[in-house]
Design a protein around this ligand. Sequence first.
Ligand SMILES: [Zn+2]
Length: 113
Amino acid sequence: MAITIERERIHIKKGDTVEVMGGRQRGKRGKVLKVLPKHGKVIIEGVNVVKRHTKPTQKMPQGGIVEKEAPVYGSRVMMVCPKCGRAARVGHGYLADGTKVRVCKRCGEQIEK
Ligand SMILES: [Zn+2]
């Protein structure tokens, strides 16, 4: 029987600004371009940019080097709170009408969306 590894659920959404907390990219901030829930990773604009050599195509007959963001583990990034501007853990709260919202655990403010 296959063992299912319980992955940490990603609390980050596309469009969030995040800060990398570990690894070589530590301290870098950027906007989340894509979330890869299956892999537990996120792609962040301008973070972990790798150069890829591409084969010649009709557009680029000589081939070329394309710079592309490589995914970063979601557990290594933290949301940057738009209210207090600090990297913070995200909690959940409910509005009076029952809507679930994300809340910054540092300043307690509701995070948009
Ligand atoms: Zn905050």
